[in-house]
Design a protein around this ligand. Structure first.
Ligand SMILES: Cc1cc2nc3c(=O)[nH]c(=O)nc-3n(C[C@H](O)[C@H](O)[C@H](O)COP(=O)(O)OP(=O)(O)OC[C@H]3O[C@@H](n4cnc5c(N)ncnc54)[C@H](O)[C@@H]3O)c2cc1C
Length: 373
C-alpha cells in the first residue's frame, strides 16, 4: 500500500462537478478523500457538455420544489463561482400559445410565488416573436456559466486542498470488507475505504452492477445540442420557450457560441435502467451512436416562433448522455438523488440533476456524516 492509499478514507468515483465539489466538502469536514476519474481531465462529461444555464427557477413551472430550490440557490451560485459566471446577455422566457403545459398567467403567478423577477419584454424584443404562436414574452434574471472556468476552479480548489486525483482509472466495484469497504479500480489496485461516493452520473449503474447491487431506476438520453452563431438581430439574446415540446438557446461561453436545444429533437435515443435488468453501458452506446445532427429540425421549429433565427449558422454540435430520474417524466423536476445503498450503506449514490443543486448536496452530506459518527 502506498502512503497515499494509507491516508485516504473516502473514495469518490467521478471527477465531474459533483465529485470534485463533494471531495472538497468532505475534506473540509475532516475526511481524506481521493477522486478517481475515468477520463484524463476533470469535468469532461456532463459537467462540460450541457446548456450552461444557472437555473433561476423559470425552467420548472410545474415543479414547485425544483423551481424554489433553484431560486434559493441562484444568488449563492453566482457569488461562489463568480469567476465562471457570464451574464452579459438578455434572458427571455416566452410561453407558447399551442401545446404549452402552462399559460402566460400561470407562469407569471408561479414566478411571483418563488420570487423570480419577470419584466414585460419591451417592443423591440416582443416584435421578434411570431404573435400567432407566442402568448407572452418576459425578461428574466438568469445567467450562464463557463464550463472551462468552472473546471479550472475545481482543479485549483482540489490542488489547494491537497486532494489526490487518479485519472484514467475507473472505479469498478465497492464491496463490504471487515472494517468498511474495499474498492476495486480498473488498474487492478484495491483500496480500503470507510465511505465511497458514486458520483458517476450516467455511470451510476455500472458501479452498482459491478458491485452486485440492484440498479437505481434512471432514464438515459443521448442528447445533442447544436452550437450556433446567432444572426445579428438576435445578438446578445437568449430565449427559452415554455413549457413543453419547445426550444431554447443559451450562450455557451467556453466556445464563444450559442447552444440550440429542442425538447423534441435534442434526445436522439432514450431508455430506462430498471431493477431486474442488466444496465446497458451508456458510454458505449453513446460512442456507437451515429451522430447525425437534428439541427435542421430544431431550427425549422424554433424559427416559426422567432423568424430571425432562420439565419443562424450551425457551427458544430455537442453530444452527451443525459441522465434523469424517472419521476421527471411527470413534472420535469430535477430533484437530487442522494441515497445510501440499501445493501451497502457505506456506498452513497449522488446525482445532482443540475449544477446549482450542489448546495443541496452539502446538507445531505452533513446528514450522512451525522448518522455515521
Ligand atoms: C444535454 C445536457 C444539458 C444540461 N443542461 C444543464 C443546464 O443548462 N444547467 C444545469 O445546471 N445542468 C444541466 N445539465 C445537467 C448537468 O450537466 C449535470 O447535472 C451535472 O453536470 C452532473 O455532474 P456530475 O459531476 O454528476 O456528472 P459528470 O460531469 O458526468 O461527472 C461524472 C464523472 O464520472 C466519471 N466516471 C463515470 N464512471 C466512472 C467510474 N466507474 N469510475 C470513475 N469515474 C467515472 C465520468 O468520466 C465523469 O467525468 C445538463 C446535462 C446534459 C447532459
Amino acid at each position: 500500500m502506498t502512503p497515499t492509499q494509507k491516508s485516504i478514507n473516502v473514495v469518490i468515483a467521478g471527477g465531474g462537478f459533483f465529485g470534485c465539489s463533494i471531495a472538497l466538502m468532505l475534506q473540509r469536514r475532516g475526511l481524506r478523500p481521493l477522486v478517481v476519474e475515468a477520463e484524463d481531465e476533470l469535468l469532461t462529461r456532463a459537467s462540460r457538455v450541457n446548456q450552461a444555464r444557472v437555473h433561476g427557477g423559470y425552467h420548472y413551472p410545474r415543479s414547485l420544489m425544483t423551481a424554489y430550490r433553484s431560486r434559493h440557490n441562484y444568488e449563492r451560485f453566482r457569488s461562489v463561482y463568480r469567476e465562471a459566471i457570464v451574464d452579459r446577455f438578455t434572458k427571455i422566457y416566452g410561453v407558447s400559445r399551442l401545446f404549452s403545459k402552462v399559460t402566460a398567467s400561470q407562469f407569471e403567478v408561479f414566478m411571483k410565488r418563488i420570487g423570480a423577477p419577470l419584466k414585460q419584454a419591451p417592443d423591440r424584443i416582443s416584435k421578434l416573436f411570431n404573435p400567432t404562436l407566442t402568448e407572452a414574452v418576459w425578461i428574466a434574471e438568469e445567467c450562464a456559466f463557463d464550463c472551462s472556468l468552472l473546471r479550472d476552479r475545481c482543479r485549483r480548489d482540489l490542488e489547494n486542498a491537497g486532494i489526490p486525483i487518479r485519472f484514467g482509472t475507473r472505479v469498478q466495484s465497492a464491496e463490504k470488507a471487515a472494517d468498511g469497504v474495499v474498492v476495486r479500480l480498473s488498474d487492478g489496485s484495491e483500496l480500503p475505504a470507510t465511505l465511497v461516493i458514486n458520483a458517476t452520473y450516467s455511470g451510476l449503474n455500472l458501479l452498482t452492477h459491478g458491485s452486485h447491487l440492484p440498479p437505481i431506476p434512471l432514464k438515459q438520453e443521448l442528447a445533442e445540442m447544436a452550437l450556433i452563431q446567432l444572426p445579428e438581430e438576435l445578438d446578445g439574446l437568449s430565449v427559452t420557450m415554455m413549457c413543453g415540446p419547445f426550444f431554447s438557446f443559451m450562450p455557451y461561453p467556453s466556445r464563444g457560441l450559442t447552444t440550440l436545444s429542442h425538447v423534441r429533437y435534442t434526445p436522439h435515443l432514450q431508455w430506462f435502467e430498471k431493477p431486474g435488468e442488466i444496465p446497458i453501458d451508456p458510454y458505449e452506446r453513446f460512442s456507437l451512436l451515429k451522430k447525425q445532427s437534428h439541427f435542421e429540425y430544431m431550427l425549422s421549429d424554433a424559427s416559426r416562433y422567432i423568424p430571425a433565427l432562420r439565419n443562424a449558422i450551425h457551427c458544430d454540435s455537442i453530444w452527451e448522455v443525459k441522465t434523469l430520474l424517472p419521476q421527471t417524466e411527470v413534472d420535469d423536476g430535477r430533484p437530487i438523488l442522494f441515497r445510501r445503498d440499501p445493501m451497502l450503506p457505506a456506498l452513497v449514490h449522488v446525482m445532482g440533476g443540475k449544477i446549482d443543486n450542489i448546495f443541496d448536496v452539502e446538507d445531505e452530506i452533513d446528514a450522512i456524516l451525522a448518522s455515521t459518527c
